[in-house]
Design a protein around this ligand. Structure first.
Ligand code: NAG
Ligand code: NAG
Ligand code: NAG
Ligand code: NAG
Length: 322
């Protein structure tokens, strides 16, 4: 995998971290399992606990339950610390990593769902099942230099405010989907749709439910790559909302760009927009006619981090990353 990482924010200022736990496969830490380390954190703590996960492949399904807020999970690098499992069939129960707690930070590690990952040709539709690498329900969660690798529904951005920075996200169908209210900054999206036997995949399937629902996915300065045809998104709900700004799109993005999926005739309510995108896939001439040109003020509300997800400054309140 090719990674484009930017002026990376990587060192942890642990002044606000009350405790550090080490997970090491080699036995040089308190734990050899990520889940056991999480389980050891007392319930409903108000201080941050740093769980440092040494390099290695951790074959386990990991859940951060609701009563374990303020955890910061740090690996050694996006390539060397890998948490993987291969469950499938349910978008909310099959994930390799499930976050149910609020106030969470992850950095320098990858989450992978191995189901169908090495199948070269998935032309039988029935073989494609929900198999998330991560399902995120918690509010105020941020991910720096993290990898999310899977085939279908890779990143189930289910609920809450989330900030993804310099992450790598790989999948084929609806591989970033849900009702999350999220900003993805400087991320790389790799649509491995070459394995779909000629069918197109979809990067997003955002599920905003009504015009007052604050959810939506906003992509800032990312890169889209693909091994086959791919759409930017399809509407998982009538008010689905997705904005790509300053994003590089390689040639394989489908000229129409978007699909209204089950909401044909309701396109006026769907908020899909592209702003200042680059690359051969960013040509707008054949895009669906109902794609929106947002008013400057509406665009600002969505693309300004502090207006869209960080009005109360929770991002600055998390352990500072240098
Ligand atoms: C996308 O994933 C495929 C399959 O793993 C890989 O061969 C390719 O290098 C990746 N592309 C990028 C840009 O990471
Ligand atoms: C995170 O990874 C980067 C690049 O791989 C590395 O330079 C940095 O030291 C890591 N940060 C932490 C906190 O481990
Ligand atoms: C903070 O980091 C320093 C150096 O990395 C380490 O020695 C110390 O134990 C850490 N403190 C806590 C409370 O985790
Ligand atoms: C999983 O999703 C189903 C259907 O969307 C929902 O009814 C159920 O409550 C969810 N389960 C959990 C554990 O969140």
């Amino acid at each position: 995998m090719v990674l484009f990482l930017f002026s990376c924010t990587s060192k942890t200022d642990n002044s606000s971290i009350a405790k550090t736990i080490t997970v090491d496969k080699g036995g040089n830490g308190g734990f050899s399992s990520v889940q056991r380390a999480i389980d050891s954190v007392p319930s409903n703590k108000k201080e941050w606990t740093l769980i440092s996960v040494k390099s290695g492949i951790y074959n386990e399904k990991v859940v951060v339950p609701e009563d374990k807020p303020f955890i910061i999970l740090v690996g050694e690098s996006i390539k060397k610390t890998l948490i993987q499992w291969g469950d499938h069939g349910s978008s909310n129960l099959s994930a390799t990593f499930t976050l149910r707690a609020d106030n969470f930070v992850a950095m320098n590690l990858s989450f992978q769902n191995t189901y169908n990952l090495d199948t070269p040709d998935l032309d039988d539709r029935n073989t494609i099942l929900w198999a998330p690498a991560a399902t995120i329900y918690g509010d105020k969660a941020s991910f720096y230099l993290c990898g999310f690798v899977g085939v279908q529904d890779t990143l189930t951005d289910a609920l809450g405010r989330h900030f993804f920075v310099s992450c790598y996200i790989q999948g084929t169908i609806d591989f970033i989907w849900g009702k999350g209210q999220s900003v993805y900054k400087n991320c790389v999206f790799n649509a491995t749709t070459g394995m779909l036997g000629g069918r197109a995949g979809y990067i997003t399937a955002q599920g905003r439910a009504n015009s007052n629902d604050p959810s939506g996915f906003v992509f800032l300065s990312g890169f889209i790559y693909s091994t086959g045809p791919v759409y930017l998104g399809r509407a998982y709900n009538q008010y689905s909302r997705v904005v790509f700004k300053n994003t590089y799109m390689s040639i394989v993005v489908q000229p129409k760009g978007w699909s209204s999926w089950g909401f044909v005739g309701k396109e006026a309510d769907i908020v899909y927009s592209e702003v200042s995108c680059l690359g051969p896939g960013a040509k707008m001439s054949q895009r669906v006619k109902w794609e929106k040109k947002l008013l400057t003020e509406d665009l600002k509300k969505l693309t300004d981090l502090n207006k869209f997800i960080n009005e109360d400054g929770w991002i600055q309140g998390q352990p500072r990353l240098k």
